[in-house]
Write a protein that binds this ligand. Structure first.
Ligand SMILES: Cc1cc2nc3c(=O)[nH]c(=O)nc-3n(C[C@H](O)[C@H](O)[C@H](O)COP(=O)(O)OP(=O)(O)OC[C@H]3O[C@@H](n4cnc5c(N)ncnc54)[C@H](O)[C@@H]3O)c2cc1C
Length: 505
């Protein structure tokens, strides 16, 4: 078994207190917001401020899922995006994309100031860099596109990175923050005067009506409008699971002397790229964060390799002693590069969704919160059409066809997984494996003491077979990104039910 370096927890979670909000009760509010990441918390904060009674309902703990496991760069420079947006959607839409994301950045900046939020907020520049000449033309093209759109871009060849680069597009005056300090503060402003924050309250479904109903196992909440801000919507009717795909990514954190740390926030371009930024710690050193190793959820079992690769890169590129933290998470990539924000389906007037941030959800999740808040209040918003969740979507692009074909292949082919192993003796301590138990595919985890935990390996979302993730010790669904603990408990949606626990005789 491989031993990985660093504490296996996100720095953002490790440096903030655990939240303890009550479970959902049978209450009536104006707006129910299901899912408390950056999208749900921003929407709830704005709606409460606008005088609405809101309930923010979280299945686990607030700001602890994707939004608690991010790199938290707050920027409208999304690696390489603008040249492709112009090609694909035209200059006007690309300009709106830039404006709306820049508005997300400025919203965070002004909210930090207005609410006096102590969250290590700092203005900073962002860079998308080509480490060698092979990718320089992509960076140059991105710079040209950004300038055409009036974005705050510069082309540079010198940075404060401790290694040479071929060139970079730089956006000035972007921002970074401690994402949980920011979100916990906003969430704290919500309860009271008929508004609530609920935790440990997994919503099973919602029904549209007058009023709408939101169901957990133990309570039913009534609301005029419902926002599904659960990362991927938990209700499948809008087919957002087929318009996006889940991408997993890894981060390590290492203390670094501030004199040796780079200034600014960086992301490489090309096949194996790395994302780099620093953040203050309690001590005098900064924490250097390096992200990378992305792959589709559930498609890689030996996930330790992703951390090992980040560790190698960190030691070869920066002066650090050891790795202090490691964590990972996932985000939904949209096939047409635009998030989906709006109604769940054309038949829904009161149930809304937001998803598909393609690993740039600090600006997009914030902007989505702003749009959802406007939609519920009937306020005109300049970006509604661009991100309309009901827009004609590219089911027929090369990427989406391949992805949905892959999902179909998983659905059929993965049923053969585990058929060759018949006994828990085939599973080593510390390992998870699919086995055939009386004709059923069962996920078996054996801990270091030899204790076996078994679960039905069929994902309750849409019936694909889950895969073992060795670094995180979880069962991950390769179709739509649902993740479960060794005991079958949901870690990440879209599933609303746990994996069934099996007793093997
Ligand atoms: C490794 C990594 C690095 C990243 N770095 C950056 C970055 O530097 N900058 C940037 O802009 N973006 C970054 N992103 C992307 C960004 O973190 C995400 O896009 C964003 O956090 C998504 O926010 P969200 O509110 O949609 O989802 P989440 O934060 O996942 O929130 C959804 C919430 O819904 C809850 N939920 C789900 N189902 C239910 C249910 N049935 N009932 C109740 N609650 C439910 C979940 O528990 C969760 O808390 C990164 C992502 C990853 C994975």
């Amino acid at each position: 078994m491989t031993t990985l370096p660093g504490k296996p927890v996100s720095f953002w979670l490790d440096s903030t207190a655990k939240t303890t909000y009550p479970q959902m009760e049978n209450v009536t509010v104006d707006v129910a917001i299901v899912g408390a990441g950056i999208t749900g918390i921003t929407a709830a904060y704005l709606l409460k401020k606008a005088g609405k009674k809101v309930a923010l309902i979280e299945g686990q703990h607030i700001a602890a899922s994707a939004s608690g496991h991010t790199t938290a760069k707050v920027t409208s420079l999304h690696q390489l995006i603008y040249a492709e947006l112009i090609d694909r959607h035209g200059e006007d839409k690309a300009r709106l994309y830039g404006e709306s994301n820049q508005a997300g950045v400025e919203f965070i900046a002004s909210t930090v100031e207005q609410e006096g939020i102590d969250c290590d907020f700092q203005r900073n520049d962002t860079y998308s860099f080509a480490e060698d000449k092979n990718n320089l033309d992509k960076v140059q093209k991105e710079y040209d596109a950004a300038v055409k759109l009036g974005l705050p871009a510069e082309f540079v060849t010198d940075t404060t990175l401790p290694f040479d680069i071929a060139g970079a597009v730089k956006f000035n005056n972007q921002a970074q923050f401690h994402v949980r300090k920011y979100l916990l503060h906003l969430a704290d402003l919500i309860p009271g005067d008929g508004s609530y924050v609920f935790e440990n309250s997994r919503v099973k479904t919602a029904e549209e009506g007058t009023p709408c109903k939101v169901f957990t196992d133990n309570a039913t909440l009534l609301a005029n409008d419902v926002l599904l801000t659960t990362h991927l919507p938990i209700m499948d009717q809008g087919l957002f699971f087929a318009k996006t795909y889940p991408q997993r990514s890894y981060i390590i954190g290492a203390k670094i002397n501030s004199a040796k740390a780079p200034e600014g926030m960086y992301i490489g371009v090309g096949n194996n790229y790395y994302s780099i930024r620093t953040t203050p710690t309690e001590g005098k050193d900064l924490l250097l964060m390096i992200g990378g190793g992305s792959h589709k959820v559930g498609e890689k079992s030996e996930t330790e390799e992703s951390y090992q690769e980040l560790e190698r890169y960190a030691h070869s590129h920066f002066e650090i002693d050891k790795i202090d933290y490691r964590w990972s998470s996932q985000d939904y990539e949209s096939f047409d590069q635009l998030p989906f924000i709006g109604k769940l389906t054309p038949a829904n007037d009161r149930i809304y969704v937001a998803t598909g941030y393609s690993l740039w959800g600090m600006s997009k999740g914030t902007m989505a919160g702003m749009i959802l808040s406007d939609l519920v209040q009937g306020i005109a918003n300049p970006w509604v059409d661009l991100y309309d969740s009901l827009r004609a979507t590219p089911f027929v692009t090369k990427e989406s066809m391949k992805n949905n074909l892959d999902v179909g292949m998983h659905w059929v082919g993965d049923r053969l997984k585990g058929l060759t192993s018949w006994s828990t003796d085939d599973v080593k301590p510390g390992e998870g494996k699919l086995i055939n138990y009386k004709g059923e595919t069962v996920g078996v985890y054996k801990d270091e003491t030899g204790k076996v935990t078994a679960v039905n390996a069929t994902c309750p979302h849409l019936g694909c077979i889950v895969n073992w993730n060795s670094a995180e010790k979880s069962w991950d669904c390769p179709c739509h990104g649902g993740r479960f603990t060794c005991e079958g408990k949901i870690i990440q949606s879209p599933a609303t039910k746990d994996l069934e626990v099996k007793t093997l005789s």
